[in-house]
Design a protein around this ligand. Structure first.
Ligand code: NAD
Length: 473
């Protein structure tokens, strides 16, 4: 389905960077430094498999930038892993963190394996050995480089990493901050699971609240009543659909790889998820119409299209048929560069992946802060807030001689739990990033699209950081 790419992944990131760099004031040498991958660790190590055979594992960790410490980025388990891909993903992490004001440099890791072809014990051995290789070369640590989950990895692998790290660094009080995406019991943070989908919602909602942007698209302000189509009912797609629906949008279609369904008055993502679980397919959902092909959902009339499945799903073969007014890139790289050009020329607003799906890394930052402070968010102030609110409320009731209703009372009294604070921090982050990118776009009419504006935003922040630090003699 994907277009033939004339460039490697890393080269195509460099190309987007160069296109945006012309709208910045930085000198050539500094731009070269921002673009370059600072440290590349390519490793091979042996692992004894369950049948007694020895397999040599190919793995990488790339630290693209140390303009802020530590650097941060996921670890991917996939047979497609190669150095170029890890370099590209590490550089995107630098730009993503800069845009959302997460004070980390970018990094990425990859292990070239098919996780489904290994037993859990083999995966544990591979993960632990990879971690000890990183420790040996000083490529991991709460102040050095902090991995996270990516394709093929999750909480389980992160727990193995933190355990290996802590056992190799006895007494290191901040060891839990060496990796994020951990189970809650191992120092993880509440609100991580829904973070990316919620971030997608907050980012698009902010765009929809901009009167001038909506006027240009011929849409009313706000998300209420907007018709949304979501591709992919996985973690990101499910939560994006959920938050749009809960805030008054109508999710008219959902696509999965086996097909797509349409319902004009709206689908409930949880009901669709349960139907798929019970029947093995999204199709034949009560009250909905099956579309002929899964890809048809991408070409339907709607206000907001959220591709949240795979890369390159909108390409030169289908881009001309896309009728959405706004595309929110929840997945990484859902549009090919050719599709991007076609859609921009059609006047469709593309809200770019580089910042729109940054909810995961933002909440990872909150997890790291939690680990360094050794206390759960909300623990210190929750009771205090509730006691204070109770006092204010009873004073108001005494003075006015009126009683507040039960639901209102509960809402006003509520002291913030960890998940409330994480959601609030994410909301603030996504609103600020959206406004910053839009300001840059509006300030220079020559900037062709929001993606380029996002790159300009990232380059300016990393450039400022390098310029202020100076070049070490
Ligand atoms: P996931 O595996 O939970 O969900 C992906 C879903 O897409 C699955 O349900 C799968 O069946 C479906 N799918 C696969 N091929 C499809 C097709 N051709 N048409 C329709 N649906 C299809 O993965 P996820 O974590 O939700 O990630 C989705 C995308 O978001 C990826 O590009 C990922 O890199 C990106 N992303 C994820 C996070 C995160 O926190 N999970 C953060 C940033 C970016």
């Amino acid at each position: 389905m994907s277009d033939q790419q004339p460039y490697s992944f890393f080269q195509s990131v460099e190309k987007s960077f160069d296109r945006a760099a012309q709208f910045t004031k930085w000198e050539k040498g500094l731009l070269e430094q921002i673009k370059a991958c600072n440290s590349i660790y390519s490793m091979r190590f042996p692992v004894k498999m369950d049948d007694g055979s020895i397999e040599v594992i190919e793995a990488y960790r790339v630290q693209h930038s140390q303009h802020k410490s530590p650097c941060k980025g996921g670890i991917r388990f996939s047979e497609a892993v190669n150095q170029d891909e890890v370099m590209a993903l590490a550089s995107l992490m630098t730009y993503k963190c800069a845009i959302v004001n997460v004070p980390f440099g970018g990094a990425k890791g990859g292990i070239k394996i098919n996780p489904r072809a290994h037993s859990i014990y083999e995966l544990e051995k591979i993960t632990r050995r990879y971690t000890s290789e990183l420790v040996k070369k000083n490529f991991i640590g709460p102040g050095i480089d902090v991995p996270a989950p990516d394709y093929g990895t999750g909480e389980r692998e992160m727990a193995w990493i933190v355990d290996t790290y802590a056992s190799l660094k006895p007494g290191e009080i901040d060891a839990a901050g060496c990796v994020t995406g951990k189970p809650i019991t191992q120092g993880g943070v509440r609100g991580r699971k829904e973070a990316t989908g919620l971030g997608v919602f907050f980012g698009i909602r902010e765009v929809c609240n901009m009167t001038d942007v909506m006027e240009k698209l011929g849409l009313p302000v706000g998300v209420v009543g907007k018709k949304v189509i979501v591709q992919g009912l996985g973690n990101v797609g499910y939560h994006s659909a959920k938050f749009f629906r809960e805030h008054g949008s109508v999710v008219i279609a959902i696509a999965e790889y086996e097909g797509a369904i349409y319902k004009a008055d709206g689908l409930n993502e949880e009901e669709v998820f349960q139907h798929r679980k019970a029947t093995g397919s999204i199709l034949n959902f009560p009250g909905a119409t099956n579309l002929a092909k899964s890809g048809d959902a991408l070409e339907m009339e709607c206000d907001i299209l959220i591709p949240a499945a795979l890369e390159n799903v909108i390409n030169s073969t289908n881009a001309a048929n896309v009728k959405a007014k706004i595309i929110g890139e929840a997945a990484n790289g859902p549009l090919t560069p050719e599709a991007d050009e076609i859609l921009v020329a059609k006047g469709i607003l593309i809200v770019p992946d580089m910042y729109l799906n940054a909810g995961g890394v933002t909440v990872s930052y909150f997890e790291w802060l939690k680990n360094l402070s050794h206390v759960r968010y909300g623990r210190m102030e929750k009771r205090f807030t509730e006691n204070m609110n109770s006092h204010i409320l009873s004073q108001m009731e005494t003075l006015t001689n009126k009683k507040v209703g039960e639901a209102e009372r509960k809402f006003i009294m509520h002291g913030a739990e960890e998940v409330d604070l994480v959601h609030s921090g994410l909301e603030e982050t996504m609103i600020t990033a959206t406004r910053e990118i839009m300001e840059i776009w509006k300030s220079n009419p020559a900037i062709p699209d929001m993606r380029t504006a996002a790159y300009v935003c990232a380059i300016n922040k990393v450039g400022t950081s390098y310029a202020e630090l100076g070049i070490f003699p």
